[in-house]
Write a protein that binds this ligand. Structure first.
Ligand SMILES: Cc1ncc(COP(=O)(O)O)c(C=O)c1O
Length: 406
């Protein structure tokens, strides 16, 4: 044995593992039936594909419009790679801003009908980076209880006072605002579409409240971009709230089919984020292929909106099918339809049995959703065929009966 290895081996034998508490936590998850292995996608992210070597109708991706594999987006990515290489080589504020990054921001601003846009590496970074940048410990954030984790993390990072109102309860939000000092700076924030329930945020009512109490109004439209509003402009367009929402976040990772997030708003907001949003300042910008892909996706939203009509046609078909079978699908208003099963282990069983039958619908349990509201979450896309969706409904019927859910 090389002499240098001996002390390392001795240290490994005598040292107790300081991370052993994690093994205990994992064993607890196993005992509760909540431990999950990652499903491995063996092929393309498509409506019918192969996970874990098993052919399935895929109801688990956020690929709403099927753009992950769209030939025009693939061609744009290849061309950008050939022209600019595979990486940007730097953060945006040093050497990592290419003309193509600026073009995407201009295109998104025009699409969202706002003065300006900044693109982040992900939707998570856009939310967390923005909330943390614009608030200080003296400010308050008033947030729907089901808002996305990235908003919660941004709020924690900002050290602002965090006030949470029950889901979509505008009266409760008003009460919170009445109790806060009038002169305190306040951010009122909601998801546009709630990612686990598929319902829409109370945007018009919250905009009115923000105006009454002088709050900054922010919406996270991650699941609405490419889905709601004319050409997929999001919930601000859907509810005709243009000019009344100060900060709109969108993702490029879901309906747009690639990766990234963005903030749309005034020139000053975006300029401020260029200077103060930490993910923008301290993390490398997108590879050119990602950026070119997103520009190509915007072309599709603008010129081929029928693809969004197809998404909604499929959504109505599948949602009605689940409802007719008697499942509890909550209050969904979007292509996200939960099938609520109750406790965590039951939802995981439903998901596992569906998978065996050829349908991939991910089980979701606490802490992502409330303990008694575990579910499988389904998302249809524009590229599912009615036959594929009917196949999935037949399997839901079979397994739902088996588990006593219907
Ligand atoms: C509501 C919501 N906001 C933000 C995000 C983060 O987006 P991204 O996946 O682009 O980081 C997600 C994704 O899970 C989401 O569901």
């Amino acid at each position: 044995m090389a002499s240098g290895l001996r002390p390392i081996l001795i240290a490994m034998q005598t040292r107790t593992d300081p991370l052993s508490y994690l093994s205990t936590e994992l064993n607890n998850l196993r005992q509760q039936g909540l431990h999950r292995s990652l499903r491995i996608l063996d092929a393309k992210q498509e409506a019918k594909t192969t996970f874990d070597h098993h052919s399935v109708v895929n109801l688990s991706s956020n690929n709403y419009l099927g753009l992950t594999t769209h030939p025009k987006l693939v061609a744009a990515a290849l061309k950008a790679t050939e022209t600019y290489g595979v990486g940007s080589g730097s953060v945006r504020t040093i050497a990592g801003t290419m003309e193509i990054h600026m073009e995407l921001e201009r295109r998104l601003a025009a699409f969202k009908k706002t003065e300006s846009v900044v693109v982040f590496q992900s939707g998570f970074a856009a939310n967390a980076g923005t909330v943390a940048a614009i608030l200080t410990k003296d400010d308050a954030i008033i947030s729907d209880e089901l808002n996305h984790a990235s908003i919660i993390d941004g709020a924690r990072l900002s050290k602002a006072t965090i006030k949470v109102f029950p889901h979509k309860n505008v009266d409760a939000a008003r009460k919170i605002l009445q109790e806060l000092p009038r002169e305190q700076r306040k951010l009122l924030i909601t998801d546009g579409v709630f990612s686990m329930d598929g319902d829409l945020g109370a945007l018009p009512e919250l905009c009115a409240l923000a105006e009454e109490f002088g709050c900054v109004m922010m919406v996270d439209d991650a699941h609405a971009s490419g889905v709601f509003g004319a050409n997929g402009r999001g919930t601000v367009d859907h509810f005709k709230m243009h000019g009344r929402v100060d900060i709109q976040v969108g993702t490029l990772s879901k309906a747009i089919g690639a990766l990234g997030g963005y903030v749309a708003g005034s020139h000053d907001l975006i300029d401020f984020l260029y200077h103060r949003a930490r993910p923008f300042l301290f993390s490398t910008s997108h590879p050119p292929a990602v950026t070119a892909t997103c520009i190509a996706a915007l072309d599709i939203l603008e010129h081929e909106p029928h693809i969004i009509d197809k998404l909604w046609d499929n959504t109505r078909f599948f949602k009605k099918g689940l409802e007719d079978l008697g499942f509890n699908t909550g209050l969904s208003e979007s292509p996200i339809t939960p099938v609520i099963a109750g406790e965590g282990a039951r939802a995981m069983k439903l998901s596992d049995r569906l998978f065996e039958e050829g349908v991939f619908a991910q089980g979701i349990a606490f802490p992502t959703v409330a303990r008694d509201k575990a579910r499988v979450r389904t998302i249809v896309t524009a590229t599912h065929t009615h036959d594929q969706l009917q196949f999935a409904l037949d399997k839901f019927k079979k397994v739902g009966h088996e588990l006593g859910l219907i």
